[in-house]
Design a protein. Structure first.
Length: 350
């Protein structure tokens, strides 16, 4: 039985990361579909908020995680005259838990002991049972079930506009384009420069072109430059979009493309949500937990191999257990990634 049926006012709390907020969006849009009477407020991080802007029916309260006490008091002032039937606290972190104190409701839902961390259970009074599936998105969907929703396959609608497609149109991104997003949020989750160069050449040998997309930091732009410099003989088939897109323009670029290749990054989750085939590259985190749920068959992973090197018994690992070897991504071969890419090319007639 659900904890509460058809609540009228719902507060959702998920500040970050981009990928996790994309997964949270599927949960929120399921609630919108099945409980259209609900008013939904979402406490979300500043960067992540820019991705969700323009999506109807969601009141975004943007929190600047670098704003300190002044920002906390600003959020307190926004929420002081609001009350909610329930809080869906889908972020297990102390910062999020402290924000949850500002949400007026009798029902504060959080993760159970399997998925909670940073003392989240102290701040919630309803523990949402972890599903049998280890995937993050299924854990989020369990919150929707607690308020009376029936589980469905995740569906996303970002309500993209002509402006969001402006970069894609300018650079003529189409189904013959492979998007390479080579940088993860953590350097140790990145694959090798040599590997990226080899798969760029492979894609071009198949008659495709490659668009390299990164964030705006100097480090990521330099990473992209090194890949491009290694593709000297085929450089005319490479489009450098490094630092040239907003998050919503990145959605537009990926939506027009034929395939995405990336380590654990926002681009993987964007492609998955837009139903664009994606080759995810994993070593440190279990793709069954964090990978693209619609395209797991194309995931390239050495997680199972590497985790067995660090744990003699893998039958009862904690949900978040990751590979600690900082060089684990180096064990992935370009042949493995090329095979996955070729499978996509065949399956989708690229």
């Amino acid at each position: 039985m659900p904890v509460i049926s058809e609540p009228k006012n719902i507060c959702c709390l998920r500040l970050s990361s981009i990928g996790d907020c994309i997964n949270a969006l599927a949960t929120i849009q399921l609630i919108q579909k099945q409980q259209p009477q609900a008013n939904i407020t979402w406490l979300i991080g500043k960067t992540e908020s820019s991705l969700m802007s323009g999506i109807p029916g969601i009141n975004l309260i943007t929190y600047n995680k670098k704003g300190g006490l002044k920002e906390y008091l600003r959020i307190k002032n926004i929420l002081k005259n609001q009350s909610f039937d329930c809080l869906l606290d889908m972020q297990s972190s102390l910062k999020a838990s402290l924000l949850s104190l500002l949400v007026k409701t009798q029902k504060k839902m959080g993760f159970d002991k399997e998925r909670a961390m940073d003392m989240q259970q102290v701040f919630t009074n309803i523990k949402v049972k972890s599903p049998d599936s280890p995937h993050v998105i299924d854990g989020f969907m369990a919150f929707a079930k607690e308020i009376g929703c029936t589980p469905e396959k995740p569906v996303w609608d970002f309500h993209l506009t002509d402006s969001d497609y402006s970069v894609a149109n300018k650079y003529k991104i189409d189904k013959s384009t492979v998007i390479l997003s080579p940088c993860s949020s953590k350097d140790y989750k990145n694959w090798t420069i040599v590997g990226y160069i080899e798969i760029c050449r492979f894609a071009i040998s198949k008659g495709l072109k490659v668009a390299i997309c990164t964030g705006k930091s100097k480090k990521e732009k330099a990473f992209a430059d090194m890949i491009i410099e290694g593709c000297t003989n085929t450089i005319d088939k490479i489009i450098n979009l490094s630092g040239k897109t907003s998050l919503r323009e990145m959605l537009g670029v990926i939506h027009h493309a034929g395939m995405v290749v990336s380590p654990d990054s926002a681009a993987v989750h964007m492609a998955n949500a837009l139903n664009v085939p994606v080759v995810g590259i994993y070593a440190h985190h279990n793709p069954a937990r964090v990978g693209p749920c619609n395209f797991m068959k194309y995931a390239v992973s050495v997680y199972d191999t590497e985790i067995r090197k660090e744990h003699s018994d893998v039958s009862n690992l904690k949900w978040r257990t990751r590979v600690r070897n900082k060089h684990a991504m180096m064990t992935i071969t370009s042949a493995e990634v090329k095979k996955a890419m070729n499978d996509v090319i065949i399956d989708y007639h690229l």
